[in-house]
Design a binder for this molecule. Sequence first.
Ligand SMILES: NC(=O)c1ccc[n+]([C@@H]2O[C@H](COP(=O)([O-])OP(=O)(O)OC[C@H]3O[C@@H](n4cnc5c(N)ncnc54)[C@H](O)[C@@H]3O)[C@@H](O)[C@H]2O)c1
Ligand SMILES: O=c1ccn([C@@H]2O[C@H](COP(=O)(O)OP(=O)(O)O[C@H]3O[C@H](CO)[C@H](O)[C@H](O)[C@H]3O)[C@@H](O)[C@H]2O)c(=O)[nH]1
Length: 317
Amino acid sequence: MKLLVTGGAGYIGSVVSALLLEAGHEVVVLDDLSTGHADAVPEGARLVRGTLRETAADVLGGAGFDAVLHFAAKSLVGESVEKPGLYWDKNLGESLALLEAMRVSGVPRIVFSSTAATYGEPESTPILETDPTRPTNPYGASKLAIDTTLAEYARLHGIGGVSLRYFNVAGAYGRQGERHAVETHLIPNVLKVAQGDGEAVHVFGEDYPTPDGTCLRDYIHVADLGRAHLLALDACAPGSHQVFNLGSGTGNSVREVIDVCREVTGREIPAVVGPRRPGDPAVLVASSEKIKSQLGWKPERDLRAMVSDAWTFLRSR
Ligand SMILES: NC(=O)c1ccc[n+]([C@@H]2O[C@H](COP(=O)([O-])OP(=O)(O)OC[C@H]3O[C@@H](n4cnc5c(N)ncnc54)[C@H](O)[C@@H]3O)[C@@H](O)[C@H]2O)c1
Ligand SMILES: O=c1ccn([C@@H]2O[C@H](COP(=O)(O)OP(=O)(O)O[C@H]3O[C@H](CO)[C@H](O)[C@H](O)[C@H]3O)[C@@H](O)[C@H]2O)c(=O)[nH]1
C-alpha cells in the first residue's frame, strides 16, 4: 500500500514507519519536526516537512494514497492544561484539515493514535472500550473529539477509521526510540538518571491505594504497539469507525518500574518520593481483549524487554 504517516519523525510514528517498510509498504512521512527528528525517519521513507494544515492537501492530492496513519499531535498533559486552545487547534484543528484533505482526494482509510487519556479517571479496572469517556485534561478531550470526528467521517463520508487507544508506550525498536526534548514519561526519565543525567528519580506520590502506594500503569512495548497498526490497517472498513485499547493488560507500579531499571542497567538509580502529580489516576490498566479477539493481536514483549531496549537505544545515542 502507499501510506502517509503523519508524525513519522516522532517516537511511535518512526517505529511504525520502520515496521511498515519492512512489510513492503511505500511510506511518505509528513512531519513539521516540532517534536520529531528528521534523522528518526527510517531509510526508505520520504520525509515531507510541514504541518498538516498547510501541507496535507498538497501531499495527498491526486497521489493515490491507500491510507493514512495519523500520529502527529501535541501530547503533553501538563502543557495542555496550561494552553488548552493550543491543544484544540493543533490536535483537533489539524486533524480536521487532514480528514478534509483525505475526503477531497479520496483516501479511504485512517488509523489514528488515540489514548487512555480519553477515559479519564476509570470507574473500574481493566478499562473496556465501552467504558465512559470523561477526559480530565484538554489533551484527552481533544483526542476524544478526534475519535468522534472519525466516527462522523466514517458514517457520512465512508472513510474507514480505527482509533487505537494506547496506554503507556515504552521501549525502542532498532534505531528508533524515545527522544523527546521535554520528557515526562517514567521509563526514559529513570534511565536518564541511570546514565548520570540527574541525581535521582522523582516518584510522584506513594500514598495511592495500590499495593506499594505508587501508581499502577499498563506498559506496552512500542514494537508490539506497532504491529497492531498493521492489523488495524487491514481492519479498516469503509463506513465504519472502530476503537481498540492497546495495553498489555497488567499493571506495574512506579516502584516496580524503577526496580526493573536497576536490574537491567546494573546501576543504583537513587529515587526520592515527592508529592503526587496533579491529575494522575491511581490505576490505569487496559483490557485489550477486543483487539486480541477481533484482530488476533497479542503483546510479545514484557516490561524487562521494554526497559532493556530503551536502555540500549539511550546508550547508542
Ligand atoms: N507516547 C505515549 O506513551 C503515547 C500514549 C498515548 C497516545 N500517544 C499518541 O501517539 C502519538 C505519537 O506520540 P509520540 O510519543 O510518538 O509523540 P512525538 O512527539 O514523539 O511525535 C509526534 C510527531 O508529530 C509531529 N507533529 C506534531 N504536530 C504536527 C503537525 N501539526 N503537523 C505535522 N507534524 C506534527 C512532531 O514533530 C513529532 O515528530 C501522538 O498522537 C500521541 O498523542 C502517545
Ligand atoms: O518522573 C516521573 C515520571 C512519571 N512518574 C509516574 O509514573 C507513572 C507513569 O507516568 P508517565 O508520565 O510515564 O505516563 P502517564 O501514565 O502519565 O501517561 C500516559 O497515559 C496518559 C493517559 O492517561 C497519556 O496517554 C500519556 O501520553 C501516556 O504517556 C505515573 O504514575 C507518574 O506519576 C513518576 O513518578 N516520576
